[in-house]
Design a protein around this ligand. Structure first.
Ligand code: AMX
Length: 472
């Protein structure tokens, strides 16, 4: 109810020229008119002191409040359920899924500015939301799109570094190499080497993160065209928004594909802080490694099959089902194939999650996209069938905590439908999107002066002795 009240308020706000504010899920909505209102950095500058005070107050007034007990299971179980990190940009509810600064995916789809009427959100709008906690106006998003264009030029040595790799190298290896080569441009590193007060750390971090976000689409599309299109690159069309330009540079100009790319880049940005890529970016950044170094580390985590590589694995898995059974695969054949995968010691890609306990809303919004634009696509229909077949089997295993599909179960068939069929490339798209979430949090990490991450580890002997003492 509060949400719909918020929506009505937003339409009212948007039609007015005066400054006004209302609240939705803790998110402030502002429509303002001065030129600095179109400048993201100025907006952040205003917000930072108040958030620094908030953190100081939390520390001084509630620093000793307990947040739970750590059990041996948690230590041995990949720290599941252990609260250990501050992550401002998004929060994941096991039942409901992700909320970006308090807004669920359907809410973001309703309120973030779009390129076409009733279309998918522009990722620049989500970047603005993640950084400021405020829903931007279309003017603010357009200004940010333009700013990203001005930051998007990639030095030639980056392409040479990628070219030094065999063309057969995995796209993620080539992409991460490109990010590492971009690192020589780091403003943070230069400023740190010169010397700067801690209170200023966030400013070159902001420059690096925005530059990084802006430069990833040309680098990523270079990798794609190098591997799959004989190295024939396509120049940027800087009149387009961020995601549409990325799609264009990859070689896909169908307006529906542009919409898909806007949706894809928006929903893959952020998934709170504990997932492998986000946590890695944050951890490496805590050593004051610059955003390029931090993000390259994050990408290496994203490249694992239990994390971001799962989107590649899903499409390859679906195609191997069809290869073995033919395109008219029956439910029984599908069940048999799922069991065969499990018996071979592999996981069923695209299903399960470390935190979520329901169907991933990122899956649901992609399904809605498919129902709108490609309901007859045979691979989409197979994905729908998998929704019925896989969860009961995973449940039958008795150990899987969440048998439902995650984001990766759906993305591949959508991309494949519009001709982006090279599954090995998919995690690169995920990586481009992740820069928006990880970059936003890195800026806040430095603005809030968050410390070096250094949790305590123990040995099995330590745990045994501790448990003996506890029993006595
Ligand atoms: N297929 C087969 N087995 C699965 C499974 C799946 N889809 N999901 C979980 N399991 C197994 C685990 O491997 C584990 O087995 P083990 O005890 O023998 O090691 C057991 O069930 C319990 O695991 P869990 O607590 O339910 O999940 P988790 O937190 O350990 O792992 C995840 C989460 C995502 C790695 C796991 O569900 C998985 O491997 N899924 C398939 C890969 C995938 O889709 N990854 C993408 C996730 C989203 C993302 O990061 N992009």
């Amino acid at each position: 109810m509060a949400f719909f009240r918020g929506l009505t308020a937003v339409s009212r706000i948007r039609s007015r020229m005066a400054q006004e504010a209302t609240t939705l899920g803790g998110v402030r909505w502002l429509q303002m008119q001065s030129p600095s209102d179109l400048d993201l950095k100025s907006q952040l500058q205003e917000l930072i002191p108040e958030q620094q005070d908030r953190l100081k107050k939390l520390k001084s007034e509630h620093g000793k409040v307990q947040l739970g007990n750590i059990t041996v299971d948690m230590v041995l179980g990949g720290m599941r359920g252990m609260i250990g990190m501050l992550w401002e940009t998004s929060l994941l509810d096991p039942e409901e899924g992700i909320r970006f600064r308090g807004l669920s995916i359907p809410e973001c789809q309703k309120v973030l500015p779009t390129a076409i009427k009733g279309g998918e959100p522009l990722p620049e709008g989500l970047l603005w939301l993640l950084l400021t906690g405020k829903v931007p106006t279309k003017e603010q998003v357009d200004a940010l799109s333009k700013e990203l264009v001005t930051r998007s030029s990639v030095p030639g040595h980056v392409y040479k570094a990628i070219d030094a790799l065999p063309v057969t190298a995995h796209p993620m290896t080539q992409f991460t190499t490109g990010v590492m080569a971009l690192q020589v441009e780091s403003e943070f590193q230069k400023a740190y080497d010169k010397g700067m007060p801690k209170s200023k750390f966030w400013e070159p971090t902001y420059e690096d993160c925005l530059n990084l976000i802006a430069r990833l689409p040309p680098v990523a599309s270079y990798v794609y065209r190098r591997i799959f299109k004989d190295g024939k690159t396509i120049a940027a069309d800087n009149a387009l928004d961020y995601a549409a330009n990325f799609s264009h540079m990859l070689g896909f100009d169908d307006p529906k594909m542009l919409e898909l790319m806007r949706l894809y880049v928006t929903i893959h940005t952020d998934h709170e802080g504990g997932n492998v890529s986000a946590h890695t970016g944050h951890l490496v950044g805590s050593a004051l490694s610059d955003p390029y170094l931090s993000f390259a580390a994050a990408l290496n985590g994203l490249a694992g099959p239990l994390h971001g590589l799962a989107n590649q694995e899903v499409l390859l898995w679906i195609k191997s089902v069809i290869g073995e059974t033919g395109s008219d695969v029956t439910t029984d054949q599908l069940k048999e194939y799922v069991w065969k995968t499990l018996k071979s010691g592999k996981v069923v890609p695209g299903f399960g999650h470390g935190v979520l306990r329901k169907t991933d809303p990122r899956y649901t919004c992609q399904r809605e996209f498919a129902l709108k634009y490609l309901p007859e696509d045979p691979l989409f229909q197979l994905v729908s069938k998998l929704y019925e077949v896989v969860p009961p089997i995973l449940t039958e295993l008795g150990k899987v905590k969440n048998p439902w599909p995650n984001v990766d179960a759906h993305s591949g068939v959508l991309l494949n439908h519009f001709g982006l069929s090279e599954a090995r490339y998919y995690t690169v798209l995920f990586g481009v999107s992740r820069s928006i979430g990880i970059g936003s949090q890195l800026i806040w990490d430095r603005a809030l002066g968050l410390p070096l991450e250094r949790p305590k580890s123990v040995t099995m002997e330590w745990l045994e002795n501790h448990c003996k003492k506890a029993a006595a």
